[in-house]
Design a binder for this molecule. Structure first.
Ligand SMILES: *[C@@H]1O[C@H](CO)[C@@H](O)[C@H](O)[C@H]1NC(C)=O
Length: 168
């Protein structure tokens, strides 16, 4: 699975980088949006539905150690980050599981009892497949995604969600 994913990620990068660079073709490449809710909790694989949210938390999208996008959560901990147009330099780390959502604001900001927690809240991310509604875990999903990007069928948006947050 991991090797197959990497192979397909590489293929997708080639396909996207070979795409014509005309203004019209660029318009077909989707925007990547990351939406989720930040939990106010320490722990591992935190279920956001069972803990209070983290209002006004600042979150970063970090891919291969580089900050590629940022946003501030609202008063209910909900955020949407715009990663901009999908490019090969974004797709490779996304499909290679090299991207994560990192909460920059210290946990003490939402609960003073958590001031002693060392570490950072972070979550791996997952692409949402627009066709099946399921995750992109399988080969079929990845092939479908390649087809949708090349065909410009994503409706302009590539939706990405964080998996459960953990203190790392
Ligand atoms: C703050 O964190 C402490 C320690 O995890 C927890 O017991 C408490 O319920 C939290 N308070 C709120 C308001 O969530």
């Amino acid at each position: 699975m991991a090797a197959n994913s990497l192979l397909l990620a590489a293929l997708l990068v080639v396909v996207v980088s070979l795409a014509p660079r005309s203004a019209e073709a660029d318009k077909q490449l989707p925007l990547a949006l990351v939406a989720g809710v930040v939990p106010c909790s320490a722990g591992s694989s935190i279920n956001v539905a069972t803990v209070p949210p983290f209002p006004n938390a600042v979150v970063h999208m970090v891919c291969s150690g580089r900050v590629v996008a940022g946003a501030k959560a609202d008063e209910r901990g909900a955020f949407t980050m715009n990663m901009g147009t999908i490019t090969s330099s974004l797709l490779a780390p996304l499909l290679g599981n090299q991207c994560k959502v990192v909460v920059v604001t210290p946990l003490a900001a939402c609960n003073a009892s958590l001031a002693s927690v060392t570490g950072t809240l972070a979550a791996p991310v997952q692409l949402l497949d627009t066709d099946s509604g399921g995750g992109l875990g399988g080969l079929g999903g990845l092939i479908g995604l390649i087809g949708q990007i090349v065909g410009g069928l994503l409706g302009g948006i590539l939706n990405i969600i964080p998996l459960p947050f953990s203190v790392v």
